[in-house]
Design a binder for this molecule. Structure first.
Ligand SMILES: [Zn+2]
Length: 609
């Protein structure tokens, strides 16, 4: 039986020409030999498997070749070349620093260096993994490196340049080896598979090249593995099952479901992936890469960054057309956050499932034509601006009325964070209603109009705080639109108590607030002012900040009096001490009672929880 030689050894490059993906370094080294400008020490740095040792050997062999070609090609026939190929050269020495890292080993080397070469002009010492030398060994070596004999040349190779002492670095000519591109690996593998009589898909070669992550040696090892598994006919399916790589098809299908907001299929596919034994974290990492690749497909100028087989690129381009940039940015954001939080998650599977569900929500429900709609929106904005100026006077009052009504609707407790955009513009519209005659504000108006027209989708969430702040601005006085809707009834004490109880009920979504309201009797002070007595500063501030505007609106509507104002007053009650349950309440309390804490929090922009 013929002895099997692993491809990584069999196809190890043996000349500068056969080096893969290190063209610049090969050219520089060859030129230095041609010009007879050889340094005494070289340092080859770079990731494993990219050809550092091979380059060192070729270089060593070439400078000692007795009959080099005109372009400094090896003859591979002379005594020096043959003895090196047969592993019996006395001029070229290889030392593995990983296993010979003691001072004693280096002392022996220092002795050896003094002996001139038997054949050829130079004694070449290739020291692999040089970062593994102990620091005393490094120091012992430094002496030799400072004053080497004329015939000695050192080639140091390392994957970890940062571990090399600066004194060593400064005495070496340094060459940084790059990872080999997927394209170069695929090309080389194609040649090798032809020589080996193996037929293999281009997609399969791409998968191998990607898995090798820039290392030709790894690519060849994986190639051998695939040959061992499949024989001389290697297909994409064979390779992904041998290498346990998740098929592109999964990511493409998942993305289709994300776009369609189809969360059921997404969860089922994820389950299928897990049941095939794939690591969940790798899966989410792969999903990130998929979105990245789709983003790259969006623009022809970035296409060269894509390391995929041509047939797969076509599918990616097709999918990229369905994805808006907005979708891809959001999706990348979600997956990277998910990856970052995976390790610390107590329930990793759920952690990923939540991220997948969020991905489904980005575009749902109607994604087809989303982009074209977006474009239309933008182009028509200018027209809307004009339009809005034309019907400025009359409709503004109308708008205010509508918006006011909506504010009242939304200000009720069920108001959620996804409140439509119209609310947000309340303040703006009212302001404009006042100032419209004095000056035009085209930018603002442009903001207002599209929001009004497109705002019913409710996708652009605004914070409830913004909403209440804008409503709060007008809570003291009444806006010009109010008189159209709410009257000026005199406040009756019984009616007030009744409405007050109703208000407590309506706040049932916020149990503590609801209890506070129901336990406090409203006090009528002055004609339209209602006093709301609370137990401490903290409560007062919290209510003023978070729900005062809503309560005022509720009272105004239900008591039909647009002039009502609500005054929150603290009446300390020693017996009923406020208890702080939630971390946020404790934090607020701390801040409210310690100005220094508050200052620190504000200065450093911290979040106290
Ligand atoms: Zn030769």
């Amino acid at each position: 039986m013929e002895r099997f030689i692993v491809s990584a050894r069999k196809y190890r490059p043996d000349s500068f020409e056969s080096l893969i993906g290190q063209g610049n370094i090969a050219t520089t080294l060859k030129n230095s030999i041609l010009r007879k400008q050889l340094a005494h020490a070289y340092l080859f740095c770079g990731p494993r498997g990219v050809g550092k040792t091979s380059t060192a050997r070729i270089f060593a062999k070439t400078i000692n070749c007795l009959n080099p070609g005109p372009g400094m090609e090896l003859c591979n026939k002379c005594e020096s070349c043959v003895s090196f190929t047969e592993g019996r050269s006395y001029s070229i020495h290889e030392l593995d620093a990983a296993s010979n890292n003691s001072v004693e080993d280096i002392r022996q080397l220092n002795e050896l260096v003094r002996i001139p070469p038997q054949i050829g002009k130079y004694s070449v010492y290739i020291i692999d993994e040089v970062h593994m030398l102990s620091s005393s060994a490094f120091n012992a070596f430094l002496k030799t490196l400072e004053e080497p004999p004329a015939h000695a040349i050192f080639i140091l190779a390392t994957t970890e340049k940062h571990k090399i002492l600066p004194t060593i670095l400064s005495r070496c000519q340094t060459y940084d080896f790059n990872r080999i591109s997927v394209e170069d690996i695929v090309k080389n593998l194609t040649d090798i598979s032809k020589k080996e009589g193996v037929t293999i898909d281009l997609e399969a070669l791409h998968i191998i090249a990607q898995k090798a992550d820039g290392a030709m040696r790894d690519a060849l090892t994986i190639f051998d593995q695939a040959v061992a598994f499949c024989g001389s006919q290697i297909t994409y399916e064979n390779v992904i099952s041998t290498l346990n790589v998740l098929d592109y098809d999964y990511y493409i299908r998942l993305t289709e479901h994300f776009l369609a907001g189809n969360h059921k299929d997404v969860l089922l596919i994820f389950d299928e992936i897990l049941s095939k034994g794939f690591n969940a974290l790798h899966f989410i990492g792969g999903l990130s890469s998929h979105f990245r690749d789709l983003l790259i497909c969006k623009d022809n100028s970035t296409m060269p960054l894509l390391d995929l087989a041509p047939s797969i690129i076509r599918r990616y381009k097709e999918q990229a057309e369905h994805c808006t940039l907005h979708f891809l940015y959001d999706a990348l954001n979600l997956t990277s956050t998910c990856e970052a939080g995976y390790k610390s998650s107590g329930h990793p599977r759920l952690h990923i499932e939540i991220a997948l569900l969020r991905l489904c929500k980005i575009n749902a429900p109607a994604w087809v034509g989303e982009e074209s709609k977006q474009e239309k929106k933008e182009t028509s904005q200018v027209e809307q601006k004009k339009e809005s100026k034309e019907k400025e006077k009359e409709p503004v009052a109308e708008e205010v009325k509508q918006i006011k009504a909506q504010v009242a609707e939304e200000a009720k407790p069920q108001a959620n964070e996804q409140a439509p955009e119209e609310i947000n513009i309340k303040g703006t519209v009212e302001e404009e209603a006042k100032t419209e005659e004095k000056e035009e504000k085209p930018e603002k108006r442009a903001d207002v109009k599209p929001a009004k027209i497109n705002g019913n989708g409710g996708f652009n969430s605004i914070s409830i705080k913004d909403l209440l702040n804008s409503a709060g601005k007008n809570s003291g006085k009444t806006g010009p639109g109010s008189e159209n809707r709410i009257g000026t009834d005199k406040i009756d004490a019984d009616k007030l108590n009744e409405v007050w109880a109703k208000m407590a009920q309506s706040e049932s979504a916020m149990p503590r607030l609801s209890t506070t309201i129901s336990q406090t009797a409203p006090v009528l002070s002055g004609e339209n002012q209602i006093l709301f007595k609370v137990k401490n500063e903290l409560q007062k501030n919290w209510i003023a900040q978070h729900c005062k505007a809503r309560l005022v609106e509720f009272l105004r509507v239900n008591l039909n009096n647009k002039d009502i104002s609500l005054e929150i007053e603290v009446t300390p009650d020693e017996e009923v001490e406020e208890k702080l349950y939630m971390p946020q309440q404790k934090a607020d309390f701390l801040k409210a009672n310690n100005p220094e804490v508050k200052n620190i929090v504000d200065d450093l922009n911290l979040e106290l929880k």
